[in-house]
Design a protein. Structure first.
Length: 106
């Protein structure tokens, strides 16, 4: 039986729970989420659905594909949100997800 290395397991848990938390916020309060991110409420709802799916994949699988999806979503967010501090945060999470995707799986 194989085990998941601690860095990948921790990353899957933190990024997965964080993704689901952001998704819940975006879906429950799209206007508030959009104001924080510097976007519009319609985008916030789509982001919520996207992050719910990615967070679920991270918690259920924690594999390279799930980390790659998180990295791609965060790269998109970093390049499209209007507020520089939010963009920097998204870029940071993109780098973390990419590192986890490239880390040894076993």
């Amino acid at each position: 039986m194989s085990t998941i290395p601690p860095f990948r397991r921790l990353s899957a848990n933190v990024l997965g729970i964080g993704s689901i938390g952001f998704a819940a916020w975006a879906l429950a309060d799209p206007r508030g989420f959009a104001a924080f991110m510097g976007t519009d409420p319609a985008w916030a709802r789509l982001t919520g659905a996207r992050d719910l799916a990615i967070g679920t994949a991270l918690l259920a699988r924690g594999d390279g594909l799930a980390f790659g999806l998180r990295a791609a979503a965060d790269a998109w967010d970093a390049s499209t949100v209007a507020k520089p501090p939010v963009a920097r945060g998204a870029a940071t999470f993109c780098a973390w997800a990419a590192a986890a995707a490239l880390a040894p799986a076993r």
